[in-house]
Ligand binder design. Structure first.
Ligand code: URA
Length: 267
């Protein structure tokens, strides 16, 4: 990636460099990094399945399957001087009792994936499977999200996945505004810590939260927006796709994710 005069790209590159140096054990810098280090390129092979024009959605709904997941959510960690880590944010959340969702949740679902992810997927809130396992998007919607991620040529472990609220709303109801406002600072901090090149919001609540306004998802999906200068792509929630599994909806999500991939690859 060339910073190309874009200060945000330069900052992202510098942060990446600092993380890598810190991961190698450096706690002081001998001299400023010469160039921002590019995130590793995503594999191209899975994209070859779809031609560039007129590509049709290769996303198939998952068949219901038992969720095999470790009990504890892995917390992605990085450390670099002056940069908040995901681990520090998780520690700050602790056994969160800042809103009423703590009364009914089994466990908090912080998020998982690469701290250096180029793309972050933001959902609404954990469901029953996520509440049980402590991991985001591991139920049926999560299995479809995995297929979406793979179809576009990424791997789940290379992206980052989290939610607007970290605890399951009882009965899978929508999170309330006060719950969202309470949890929001932690989402913002996660996004700042990762500094992705793009954010994909899944469904209306995630887009509305990060954009700070109500949105009509059917009208605004597929349209680039911004969160703190980071390109943000609103798309449909995989749970909506499962409920309304039409060719048109699958194509829409496929188009949205291909646009994200193209933007990341071109930046
Ligand atoms: N739906 C979400 O919005 N998030 C999850 O983690 C799972 C389902």
């Amino acid at each position: 990636m060339s910073a190309g005069g874009d200060p945000r790209a330069l900052i992202r590159g510098l942060k990446q460099t600092l993380r890598e140096l810190a991961a190698e054990g450096l706690d002081t810098l001998p001299r400023p990094p010469a160039l921002p280090i590019d995130a590793s390129p995503a594999p191209t092979a899975p994209l070859d399945r779809a031609p560039e024009t007129g590509a049709t959605a290769p996303i198939a709904a998952p068949v219901a399957a038992p969720v095999a997941a470790p009990e504890a959510a892995p917390v992605a960690t990085t450390s670099a001087p002056g940069i908040e880590t995901l681990e520090a944010i998780r520690t700050d959340l602790g056994d969160c009792r800042r809103c009423g969702l703590c009364e009914t949740r089994k466990q908090l679902v912080f998020g998982e994936g690469s701290p250096q992810a180029s793309v972050v997927f933001v959902g609404e809130g954990p469901g029953a499977d996520e509440d049980r396992t402590g991991r985001p998007f591991v139920g049926r919607a999560g299995q479809l999200l995995d297929k979406m991620i793979e179809a576009v040529g990424w791997r789940r472990e290379d992206v980052y996945i989290c939610n607007v609220v970290k605890c399951r709303p009882p009965g899978n109801r929508n999170p309330e505004q006060q719950e969202i406002s309470t949890c929001r600072p932690f989402l913002d901090r996660q996004l700042r810590a990762i500094a992705p090149r793009a954010i994909v919001t899944l469904g209306k609540p995630a887009a509305a939260t990060l954009l700070g306004r109500s949105i009509a998802i059917t009208r605004e999906r597929g349209t680039w927006r911004e969160w703190e200068g980071v390109p943000l792509m609103p798309t449909f929630h995989p749970a909506y796709l499962l409920r309304s599994y039409t060719r048109e909806n699958r194509q829409a999500v496929w188009d949205d994710l291909r646009a994200v991939r193209a933007r990341i690859d071109g930046s």
